[in-house]
Design a binder for this molecule. Structure first.
Ligand SMILES: Cc1cc2nc3c(=O)[nH]c(=O)nc-3n(C[C@H](O)[C@H](O)[C@H](O)COP(=O)(O)OP(=O)(O)OC[C@H]3O[C@@H](n4cnc5c(N)ncnc54)[C@H](O)[C@@H]3O)c2cc1C
Length: 380
């Protein structure tokens, strides 16, 4: 694997960096305080190809690889974790699911709208009582003539209210049986589909998280993605790619926190010298830099395997698990380096600290990543 990022990757990263600096940075705290999900920002990112990074050009996307995708999520998350999270959910969950499992007609119908951000996408697997145990879902879809009738709710859904389209996984067989779920596309405005409670969160506050409710919601069989019974298997594959997203998101947050702490440590004087002169601070910076570099390499490894269509379940889980834990630790140390100022909203590190925690929870907790990794290593 070549660790030197290609010119194309650097150009794409620069585009995302410039956009974040100009359009996101000035509003970060305002959106965080008000929990506003700034839809217009995503429309703008759509114009730059950032909402369909992995979508082939024939479907209106940028047709780029996971290396560029990683760099986009990272650059945006360096400035705002919330926008990074929403970008990731749109690109790799909703769009990724249709791209991987949709038939030609479905891809032609929905991918161009998603890749250009004409439509914002949501993806619903989790329910109130089935998070880690997602296979035990209660939301059902029953076949009725040429339609499926969906009843139940999905919780914790990114863009559950503002999304124009959602891919949802519903139970279509007996509880706790094999192959008992199926994926469907539901468009906003479909009768019986509405949004429920919006969560008031610790971090990632500008990324909308809501409940989606289905009350005798009827969708045509043409909206079914893949074969009946394949929903859970499809989701696990989608989440393999999604883990690269969260690893990249965590990396962006960790790098943002580290860069802020590094700069501050050289500017802040105590005992007539910069605090970076104190080993207690400089060793923290050394740990941060080392752990970020290791998380970066794990994520690049997962990207490389995914680009080459090689098995990467273990590597994606390792990247997601490690990068997320590093982000939490780095953000915590960054607050410490800022001292009292780090505990206020006048400096960026308190937000990194709050946002980072999501990375150890969303798209499979750290414990679930360890379950995935241990299963893979015990296979041999
Ligand atoms: C901001 C945000 C956005 C999200 N966006 C989406 C989305 O767009 N779509 C979607 O479908 N979901 C989404 N989620 C849901 C997310 O994926 C779940 O919250 C996550 O999978 C954990 O599920 P849970 O919250 O029910 O926790 P639980 O599964 O109840 O876990 C509670 C604790 O028990 C531990 N645990 C559970 N099972 C085991 C086990 N077997 N071994 C060891 N420990 C275990 C967990 O690690 C955790 O520490 C989002 C969540 C958040 C917070």
């Amino acid at each position: 694997m070549n660790f030197q990022s290609a010119e194309l990757t650097q150009q794409v990263a620069q585009t995302a960096r410039d956009f974040a600096k100009q359009h996101i940075k000035p509003h970060v705290m305002e959106w965080d305080e008000s929990q506003e999900f700034p839809v217009h920002i995503f429309k703008e990112m759509g114009k730059l190809g950032l909402m369909g990074v992995l979508v082939p050009e024939e479907y209106g996307g940028a047709g780029l690889s996971y290396f560029e995708y990683k760099s986009v999520i990272e650059e945006i998350a360096k400035v705002c974790g919330s926008i990074g999270l929403s970008l990731a959910a749109h690109n790799s969950l909703c769009t990724g699911h249709i791209m991987t499992f949709g038939n030609e007609k479905q891809k032609k119908k929905w991918l161009p709208k998603l890749a250009t951000a004409e439509w914002i996408g949501a993806w619903g697997l989790t329910e109130a009582n089935t998070g880690s145990d997602a296979g035990n879902m209660k939301c059902t879809a029953n076949k009725d003539g040429d339609d499926w009738v969906i009843n139940g709710a999905k919780n914790w859904i990114t863009h559950g209210n503002s999304g124009d389209i959602a891919v949802i996984v519903c139970r279509t067989g007996e509880p706790r049986t094999k192959d008992n779920s199926t994926s469907f596309v539901v468009e906003r405005g479909t009768k019986g589909f509405s949004a429920g409670k919006k969560e008031n969160k610790l971090g990632m506050r500008a990324s909308e998280t809501t409940e989606m409710i289905f009350d005798n919601c009827r969708v045509p069989d043409a909206n079914r993605l893949g074969e009946p019974g394949d929903g859970f298997k499809q989701s696990m594959k989608v989440l393999d790619g999604g883990r690269i997203s969260i690893a990249s998101l965590a990396l962006g947050i960790a790098k943002g926190a580290y860069e802020a702490a590094l700069k501050y440590s050289k500017e802040r004087h105590q005992f007539d010298q910069p605090i970076s002169n104190f080993q207690g601070i400089s060793f923290k910076l050394a740990d941060m830099a080392t752990e970020i570099a290791a998380a970066d390499l794990l994520t690049l490894q997962a990207c490389d395997l995914k680009n080459r269509n090689k098995p990467m379940t273990k590597e994606a889980a390792m990247a997601k698990y490690y990068a997320s834990e590093v982000a939490v630790k780095v953000a915590n140390d960054a607050v410490q380096i800022f001292g009292g100022y780090g505990y206020t909203k006048d400096f960026p590190v308190e937000k990194y600290y709050r946002d980072a925690k999501l990375c150890t929870i969303g798209e499979g907790t750290s414990e679930i990543q360890k379950l995935v990794i241990s299963r893979e290593v015990l296979k041999n």
